[in-house]
Design a protein around this ligand. Sequence first.
Ligand code: CKU
Length: 606
Amino acid sequence: MTEYSMLYPENTSTRMAISLDGMWKFAIDWNEEGDKECWRNGIPGNDTIPVPASFQDFYTDKETREFTGDVWYEDDVVIPSAMEGSRTFLRFSAATHRAVVYINGEKAGEHEGGFLPFLVDISEKARYGEHNRIVVKVNNELTETNIPCGRTIRLENGRKMSKPYFDFYNYSGLQRSVHLLSIPRSSIADIDLTYSIDGSNADITYSVRTEGNGSIRIILEDAEGAVAAEAEGKSGVLHVADAHLWNVRDAYLYRLRILLSDGGRLLDCYEMEIGIRTVEISGTDILINGKSVYLKGFGKHEDSDIVGRGFSIGVMKRDFELMKWIGANSFRTSHYPYDEEIYREADREGFLIIDEVPAVGLFESLVNFLDAGTGKGASSFFAKETTPALLKAHLKAVDEMIARDKNHPSVIAWSLLNEPESKDEHSVPYFTEVFAEARKEDPQRRPCTFAMEVSSGPDTCRCHHLCDFIELNRYYGWYIKGGYEISDAREAFRREMDRWKEKNLNKPFIFTEYGADTVASEHKLPSVMWSQEYQEEVLDMLHGIFDSYDFVKGEQIWNFADFQTTEGLMRVNGNKKGVFTRQRQPKAAAYLLKRRWESLPSDYKG
Ligand code: CKU
């Protein structure tokens, strides 16, 4: 369980959530002197930068873009007098990869892990009705004891450099919103919800965690604001007659109002939108509300021009419009939990999310994603001195992700690792603990899984027994036998799938990655690798295989859009496997996918 409330920052009759987004002061700690020189009291210079955003792509010099180490942010905040007496927090929706927070020169809190929210209690240190100086030291170094994994090296000129074990740029900074929160002393801290559907009725079993005294009343309102059910007590059941279910691409949201009172006095009120739906695996089917669903969609990234991994509400809107246009119904938050707004939008639009913890790069290699893709690479990643610390960070991220996302109807599964080393015996105890943690923390007991690269095959992976469904990342026709060898790629892929079939796991299989790099400017007849024509050929070949195995219950192509990576021989200013360009315009393959996904029924092979 997390040490603080992960509830989304809402304004209610008893709570205030004030956005601190905007221009903050910004300074890079080039000489590693910020701590010594007491920058916590105020940072030097007069540069300013937008929050939320990655800091890297604003500047015109490479030293800044590639900077590895501490970057400092500062904001001047008048904390309203009206907040005095309540508990006051700073809420960071994320700080990548770790942060220390100071208020008026005093340390107020810190957090490790770059993709999940944290609260810093400033109740005692805040000056109410006055100006307060908030300083945040953000560090973006990669290690093997935190996720995502990587290394930090030192160049001969003394500069540090990030060496990610993963294939996306190490964007960092305050990439998501910051809020000033005021929460009553006695408050609602958390709520667990589980659903059961019986004919046209539904039961919502709830359990509220509170801080301080008071009794709970809970009211469920339908989309028109009419009361659909009510209950009293910290735990209980809401009986919903004629329940309107939340469905795939057909969302329906109820509003839940939770009231904490003492006698007749209202102490706290929290509101949230919820969807009534069940998720279950039965044999080789993924069932939503008891009906089989075939997943169509993408592995994505939070990545766009100028703001990098910084949350952009405009890019989010465009992405959802494109996903609707192409006939998708789902996506995986590869390779880290995304901004909370994206889950709220998926709730509203009826998209299914496979929610992924930032456990990527658990496979030691300098070109990790490439060695993983071709089945090479070192083993025994989980038998190192660093393993216990890594596991601790991993379990914490699992806890925080589930605490944050457990009440989104859109979230249907937890992806607990991406392409880890899984054929070595040491991976088994490690994976077992991670899966046990997720199953313990999620009241809805959603299916758990991990994304397997090609060396985690039917005869080599020691951990697939832990998965409720299997996620396969496969690059037949690209890393394996690309170009004119594509016919052999098809045969190799078929052989692998036949082996999985023989194993008779009786579980759904989802392709969570497949695709081909394609430079949007390149057309060639007949095709060559990297041309738009070749991307379509690879997809046709792979789709033919997906269609011929009944236990394949979904396809999420890699990637939704072209995205930034570390520079190198394998990447042409980023990974070009996008179906859309980084500017969110379609490549030819987008039309192929649109035709296919619009023609596949939602319960395909169900
Ligand atoms: C992707 C074995 C494949 C791993 N997969 C991870 C993902 O992050 C990469 O971008 C491969 C690729 O395009 O190489």
